[in-house]
Write a protein that binds this ligand. Structure first.
Ligand SMILES: [Zn+2]
Length: 101
């Protein structure tokens, strides 16, 4: 019996059938959750970059509703972008270590 590890939940599982490609996920639910996560991160990054670009191109002396100056907002955005990129890189490196994914 071949023991595999789910790319999404890391749970070990057995390969159900011997034919076809090696499955990456223990269940269809895990496959869908992972696709959802990838899409969510992509959407998030797009939104962050859009906001970042707007802030950079429209200098303003006013603070936002949280009392942050524009430079503080830009700094916070840069941190958020780095975090989202790190999450995306993690997902992609999981794929790299398993070329069947
Ligand atoms: Zn799973």
């Amino acid at each position: 019996m071949e023991n595999l590890t789910c790319l999404y939940c890391s749970k070990p599982f057995e390969r159900p059938v011997k034919t076809g490609r090696i499955p990456d996920y223990c269940s269809p639910g895990c496959r869908r959750l992972r696709e959802f996560k990838v899409r969510a991160i992509k959407t998030r990054l797009q939104q962050l970059w859009d906001r970042f670009s707007r802030l950079k191109h429209n200098p303003s002396p006013f603070k936002d509703t949280n009392g942050r100056t524009q430079n503080q907002q830009i700094g916070d955005l840069e941190r958020e972008i780095r975090d989202s990129e790190a999450a995306a890189a993690k997902l992609l490196s999981d794929l790299d270590t398993n070329p069947e994914a």
